[in-house]
Design a protein around this ligand. Structure first.
Ligand code: SF4
Length: 628
């Protein structure tokens, strides 16, 4: 064991607060985040799983990170096996190695961490002496296929539900095969890749997935934290004065995901992070997170404020994590109570159509929030293609209300390479940014200074389980030219700074998002070759364009279909067709008795088939049914 690595880990622990080691626990879990400590500790999913696992009396959970540059050099030099942070134990000595993966681009780091640990990367090469390798996190229900062959179990869905089911199954005993079969037979939430045969067509596309054992679902349903009230249901109950129902919904036994370990040296480590809601109702057609966290659900204000009160002695900074902060039905109460506690408030992202005066005032007061908004494009037509229902005039007005409060710098997220995009659409981006810049200069006169418009350009990457999943990514050369064209045009505008993601990176992302099981070979090879994807593609002979650059037929079996998100084929197909006709759709109402996209009928309302999701406690279903 390298003394330098142990020393580095002990220094990190010395600066943290809230970590724990449970001696003598029956099950030891190494919770791995496939990126460095500084990045991982800003991830609420990691904090959540650390807290949830350690709540279970039989479990002791420790954290493991991708070593930073200095540590990596030391690992390579000393050939030490990858260690946990808390007790510096080799992770191969744990019972479970659980990866929490939020971004598919971290798949490479997962393979790298397994290689460093001395645990065979391929599940078929592991035996009863090796830990059970589990993968969870947002990427697990995006498309887990590229890492399916590395993993014994993929937890499909949300940790609040799955952590306890997983441990229950393991505690029932049996050997590895028995545990895997038991988990797979639950029928939702646990996907065991080794229990499926993948049948391919002659052209290399998937034909079907065949379960190898009886009692295993053909598609694995996503498990949801269904005890949280749906956003629309709670909003309506409050608005209509249905006090009894509103109180009932707010008083469920709800877990409030928040910072578990205080780690000031990590990114955003000086603030309490609290997830206030999950999912977004808008249905932007490119946005994976929007559709895959349907229906939007909230953490009631009382639970958020209780957390805030508990942490106020440690910090006066709070980060509200949500894809749609202002959609929370109790946002006024949350903001005013946090301001009374003298918290400096920041938010993880702002949706343009939902910025309220109240929120802007709170953000001005906090002084450390950079306002980042996402017009995505400068073309109103293209915004209808992606179902972002705002016009350029509205965007300029909204930015104006930000500037009028003295916040003169905004970051604008833009996308290039969207389906049906024309050169005129790209030119409209220059006009919009110019208008926003003019509005900023006008507001700046009052404050005697000028700000900056930071534009961040990303190539569009089609994501699984979205209406644009059938579209190809824009050809790499063409995307590169488009990015260059837009960068050049924007950089001519004064007070505008341009940042961009390369076409190469967009294509790498697309490969990990939309690839099938064969991509594991590329990932394993690239991890061995220090991240060199080109060499890995050469070594494996895999053509990335087959996975990224084809418009797919509606009839094609998509590799990620093994995971059943609940979204119906008909819904996604209709939305895809509407996208190509530039027709917009209404947002998700997030209420009971809606059947629009297919998610709720399979989770709350109907007698769901066993392979789908049905996890809301009966008493909650009954109370809601009685109220409608
Ligand atoms: S079924 Fe309706 S309420 Fe439920 S997620 Fe879909 S659109 Fe939203």
């Amino acid at each position: 064991m390298s003394k330098k690595i142990v020393e580095s880990y002990k220094q990190k622990l010395a600066q943290e607060n809230g970590w724990l080691v449970k001696q003598g626990a029956q099950i030891r879990i190494a919770l791995c985040y496939p990126n460095t400590h500084a990045i991982g500790m800003a991830n609420l999913g990691l904090h959540t799983m650390y807290e949830l696992f350690n709540k279970i009396p039989e479990v002791s959970c420790e954290r493991v990170f991708l070593p930073d540059a200095d540590e990596m050099r030391e690992y390579e030099k000393s050939r030490a096996s990858l260690l946990s942070l808390e007790t510096q134990t080799p992770i191969r000595d744990f019972d479970i190695v659980a990866f929490s993966i939020s971004f598919e681009t971290d798949y490479l780091n997962m393979a790298r961490m397994l290689q460093l640990s001395g645990i065979p990367v391929w599940s078929k090469d592991r035996n009863h002496f090796h830990p059970l390798v589990i993968m969870g996190g947002a990427a697990s229900f995006l498309n887990p296929e590229p890492i399916a062959d590395f993993t014994d179990v993929i937890a499909v869905g949300e940790g609040e539900v799955l952590a306890f089911q997983l441990i229950d199954s393991i505690l029932q005993g049996g050997d590895k095969e028995e545990i895997l079969l038991r988990l797979a037979r639950i029928g939702r939430g646990f996907y065991v890749p080794s229990l499926y045969d993948v049948i391919y067509n002659d052209d290399g596309t998937a034909f079907d997935y065949l379960p190898k054992e009886t009692g295993i679902p053909k598609r694995v349903g996503r498990a949801l934290a269904a005890v949280n009230p749906k956003e629309g249901t709670l909003r309506r109950a409050i608005k209509r004065g249905e006090t009894e129902l509103a109180e009932f919904l707010k008083n469920q036994d709800i877990f409030c995901p928040s910072t578990a370990v205080w780690s000031p040296q990590a990114e955003m480590g000086d603030r309490l992070l609290v997830e206030i809601s999950r999912g977004c109702s808008q249905g932007c057609r490119f946005c994976w997170a929007g559709y895959n966290y349907y229906p939007p659900r909230v953490v009631p204000a009382k639970d958020i404020l209780a957390k805030a009160a508990e942490w106020r002695g440690k910090t006066n900074k709070i980060g509200l994590v949500s894809t749609a902060v202002c959609d929370h039905p109790e946002i006024s109460t949350i903001l005013s109570e946090l301001r009374k506690m003298d918290y400096r408030i920041t938010v993880s992202s702002l949706r343009l159509d939902q910025i309220s005066d109240e929120l802007l005032d709170a953000l001005v007061e906090s002084k450390d929030q950079q306002i980042a908004v996402a017009p995505e494009t400068g073309s109103d037509r293209l915004r209808r293609v992606i179902n972002k229902n705002l016009t350029n005039d509205e965007i300029v007005d909204i930015c104006g209300s930000v500037f009028d409060r003295g916040m003169l710098t905004v970051k604008l997220y833009m996308m290039v390479g969207l389906p049906t995009e024309t050169e005129e659409d790209l030119d409209e981006m220059f006009i919009l940014v110019e208008r926003i810049k003019d509005r900023m200069l006008e507001a700046g006169k009052k404050f005697g200074r000028a700000g900056k418009i930071i534009t961040s350009l990303n190539g569009f990457v089609p994501k699984p389980n979205t209406p644009l999943q059938w579209d190809a990514i824009c050809d790499e050369k063409e995307l590169k030219q488009k990015i260059k064209y837009v960068c050049k045009g924007l950089s001519r505008i004064p007070n505008v700074e341009v940042r961009f993601m390369s076409a190469r990176i967009a294509h790498e992302q697309a490969l990990f998002s939309s690839g099938d099981r064969n991509i594991a070979k590329v990932i394993e090879s690239a991890a061995r070759l220090k991240g060199n994807l080109n060499d890995a593609l050469r070594e494996t002979g895999i053509d990335p364009k087959f996975h990224t650059s084809r418009n797919r037929e509606y009839g094609e079996f998509l590799p990620w279909s093994i995971v059943d998100s609940g979204l119906s084929f008909e819904f996604l197909k209709t939305e895809h067709e509407k996208a190509h006709e530039a027709l917009s759709s209404k947002p998700c109402p997030a209420v009971e008795k809606c059947t629009t996209c297919g998610v709720c009928p399979t989770t709350w309302l109907a007698d769901a088939p066993p392979s789908l999701i049905q996890i809301q406690p009966a008493k909650v279903r009954e109370a809601i049914a009685a109220a409608f």
